[in-house]
Design a protein around this ligand. Structure first.
Ligand SMILES: C[S@@+](CC[C@H](N)C(=O)[O-])C[C@H]1O[C@@H](n2cnc3c(N)ncnc32)[C@H](O)[C@@H]1O
Length: 384
């Protein structure tokens, strides 16, 4: 299917940032493990769509470069470059610690607590520490944050494999939230159906205080959307073919001569998968690496994008028609970031790769928050 990528309405090509802070009512949000703000952006878009303004009462991440990007895009937000444990350091069920008391006085009347704790430990892409990583305990920090802040709604995003965590992070968090009076639902949701040119799937835990909102219905509704076939790579990055710019955001990734030859071979032979004989010897007999050294197709979404998008040795990241891997700009588009979202403060390609690869497609939180906001703002007790 050929789709024009040049109409003014294309949501990824919009360059003017909407005034997310404006609105008659304000949605008060806390974002933990906030990264560059993919979850926040989705919530902002949803709030804007409902005529409400965004008020980020607290956003926390401990990586400077990610926090800088967040701050540039949400200048009114209270963003802190710190560990989440600096704000929430107590045990579940215990009285608040002194730092938690300070956090609580800063963050009152919160509508929405969102968080995407680090997921390397759960990820099926991680072969070393899979599902038994101390980082997985950070998932449960979200339950502690909910215990202290008592937001109306909690949204936790993670990889689908989090369900198989050895320490049962999802089960522990669900049980604790239920004990606090929240109704809890969780599901795995594909982002392609939500308008993202990627087959990424995410685990979402959604909890509503006092059962005010029907969280099961919200996740069922979001998860049952039909695939949006429009959202292929041509739609997402077709206009970026000839952008070769020295700025890291649009800079074409360098490739080794061996990888360059592999890419030339795929183009010459109009193939998308590299035959075993052309792979490095260590990959030749392992079929779980099939997508590595692969070429993307214009007519399909990309596979799950990681911070390795700049090298074909890290996954199926070869451009559909050029002998190169993806630029940071293309990767951001494939994650669903519109052009008004700026990554300009990240000066190093490695920073851009980490920040964009770690991000959550905003369409996910946008779809969920859109269904929550009318109910959240109808309860005016927390409206600024
Ligand atoms: C999966 S990414 C989050 C993506 C982000 N929620 C978004 O919507 O784009 C996880 C983030 O957690 C941050 N992180 C990991 N451990 C942390 C900690 N203990 N305290 C604060 N941030 C942490 C990482 O720097 C990373 O940016």
């Amino acid at each position: 299917m050929t789709v024009s990528t040049t109409t003014a309405q294309h949501p990824l090509l919009v360059r003017d940032r909407p005034n997310f802070e404006a609105g008659a009512q304000h949605l008060r949000v806390v974002d933990l493990f906030a990264g560059c703000g993919g979850l926040t952006l989705g919530v902002a878009q949803a709030a804007h769509g409902h005529g409400a303004g965004l008020d980020v009462v607290l956003a926390v991440d401990f990586v400077d470069a990610a926090v800088d990007v967040y701050r540039d895009n949400f200048p009114s937000a209270n963003v802190r470059c710190a560990s989440v444990e600096d704000f929430f350091d107590g045990e579940l069920g215990e009285l608040p610690t002194p730092s938690e008391q300070r956090t609580r006085s800063l963050c009152h009347d919160i509508h929405l607590l969102v968080g995407g704790p680090p997921c390397q430990g759960h990820s099926d892409l991680n072969n070393h520490t899979r599902r038994d990583d101390p980082k997985n305990a950070l998932y449960v920090r979200m339950a502690r944050a909910a215990e202290l802040l008592r937001p109306d709604v909690v949204l936790i995003e993670n990889v689908p494999a989090v369900r198989r965590d050895r320490k049962d992070a999802v089960g522990v968090t669900t049980k604790h939230l239920q004990q606090l009076g929240y109704s809890v639902a969780s599901d795995v949701i594909g982002v392609h159906a939500l308008g993202v040119a990627q087959t990424r799937k995410r685990h979402i835990l959604l909890a509503s205080r006092d059962g005010v909102l029907d969280v099961d219905a919200v996740l069922n509704d979001v998860g049952s959307k039909y695939l949006d076939l429009r959202c292929n790579l041509r739609w997402a990055i077709g206009d970026l073919v000839n952008v070769d710019n020295p700025k890291p955001y649009d800079q074409v990734p360098r490739a080794s001569s061996a990888n360059r030859e592999r890419m030339e071979w795929l183009l010459r032979n109009n193939e998308y998968d590299l035959p075993n004989s052309l792979r490095p010897e260590c990959h030749q007999n392992d079929h779980s690496y099939k997508s590595m050294y692969g070429r993307l197709s214009w007519d399909a979404p990309a596979q799950t994008l990681t911070s390795g998008f700049g090298s074909i040795g890290q996954g199926r990241y070869m451009h559909p028609e050029l002998p190169r891997a993806l630029t940071a700009h293309e990767a951001a588009r494939i994650q669903g970031f519109p052009d008004y979202f700026t990554f300009a403060s990240a000066k190093l390609r490695a920073q851009l790769a980490d920040i964009i690869g770690n991000a959550v497609p905003p369409a996910l939180s946008s779809a969920i928050a859109s269904r929550l906001i009318p109910g959240l703002l109808a309860d005016t007790s927390a409206v600024a």
